[in-house]
Write a protein that binds this ligand. Structure first.
Ligand code: M6P
Ligand code: ZN
Length: 184
């Protein structure tokens, strides 16, 4: 038997019978930025990023994989680039693959000792995110930054650790270029 694929992933298009779509506005994620909302001068409905995902197996299926694409809009809050919330995996040892598709960005990584570093992302760049490493992405370009992701269905997202303590470094626009600096 020969059948058509159930998922099409072509550039920044992810197509399947059921694509889950999440839209994160500034109002949804304003707390991830150090810059206070009163100084930010940014519309609360401004879209910061969108995530489209396909879940071929139920959540928490051991051995299963999920696939998704994230589109981060261009812009800054103060001098902080638009970015994702970022997370550790709930099951800490679960790894993930990120893959640059369009535009340019940065992958910000932090280990459990709070050491933070970053990798440039661009079309064709592939990033193996080891278990026990928190990950967040930022758009450092002037156009939409899109990247793909593949992660274990049972990894889960631990957002709480990040929303409590943040990453130890933040990515800011300094003289027009990205700089990773200590969180004030
Ligand atoms: C990638 C994957 C998803 C994640 C998304 C946005 O597509 O890692 O699991 O949801 O990025 O990142 P976050 O959930 O941290 O906002
Ligand atoms: Zn993840």
């Amino acid at each position: 038997m020969i059948v058509d694929p159930k998922i099409i992933w072509k550039g920044k298009l992810l197509k399947s019978d059921e694509v889950d779509k999440q839209v994160r506005t500034y109002d949804d994620v304003k707390n991830i930025f150090i810059t206070s909302a009163s100084l930010a001068q940014i519309d609360k409905d401004q879209i910061i990023y969108e995530v489209e995902s396909v879940f071929p197996v139920p959540q928490n299926t051991e051995g299963g994989l999920f696939v998704g694409i994230t589109h981060i809009h261009p812009g800054t809050v103060g001098d902080e680039y638009f970015m994702t919330k970022g997370h550790f995996h709930q099951i800490r040892n679960r790894s993930e693959i990120y893959y640059g598709i369009e535009g340019e960005g940065m992958l910000i990584l932090m280990d459990e000792q709070r050491n933070t570093w970053a990798e440039r992302m661009y079309p064709g760049s592939l990033h193996y995110i080891h278990g026990h490493i928190a990950h967040r992405t930022a758009n450092t370009g002037a156009t939409i930054f899109s990247f793909g992701a593949v992660w274990p269905a049972d990894a889960g997202h631990d957002y709480d650790t990040i929303s409590e303590h943040g990453f130890s470094k933040i990515l800011i626009k300094q003289n027009g270029a990205p700089a990773l600096v200590d969180r004030p």
